[in-house]
Design a protein around this ligand. Structure first.
Ligand SMILES: [Zn+2]
Length: 136
């Protein structure tokens, strides 16, 4: 079993990192980021004051980023007649959260995996349908 790396000392963190608004490792803002995870507790003392606080890591720095579940990807196909040339968008739920990995079946999509929250995906679908004049 591997142990998780400990977060940096509390006294070395910028306020946003210490407060959980930014990655404790790279300082990237975590606002509107899907997949940020707890990195554990940063420890420190300022005189008699305990500075210990839970801090967070962005998906790139996280030792354990949410992965796709074992559930099959749901395919969203349309526009062609099926077969090997049909292109589809797939959504796969990520473990432990209301969020999805979004992929497509075209060769250009290989290796690209945008991630969206469930509510973000819902908003996209409704706004896209309205913009296209489709009836829900
Ligand atoms: Zn980071």
């Amino acid at each position: 079993m591997t142990s998780r790396p400990q977060p940096p000392p509390a006294a070395s963190l910028a306020y946003a990192q210490y407060s959980g608004w930014a990655c404790c490792w790279c300082a990237k803002s975590l606002l509107n980021v899907v997949g940020a995870v707890s990195a554990g507790r940063a420890h420190g003392l300022d005189g008699a004051h305990v500075l210990d606080n839970e801090v967070y890591a962005c998906p790139a720095c996280a030792p354990e980023v949410p992965q796709q579940t074992g559930a099959p990807a749901r395919k969203w196909c349309g526009g062609s007649l099926g077969g090997d040339n049909e292109t589809c968008v797939t959504t796969t739920r990520l473990t432990g959260m209301d969020a999805f990995a979004v992929t497509d079946s075209k060769p250009e999509g290989t290796g690209h995996e945008p991630r969206m929250t469930g509510s973000g995906l819902d908003t996209f679908a409704v706004d896209r349908a309205r913009a296209r004049g489709l009836t829900l």
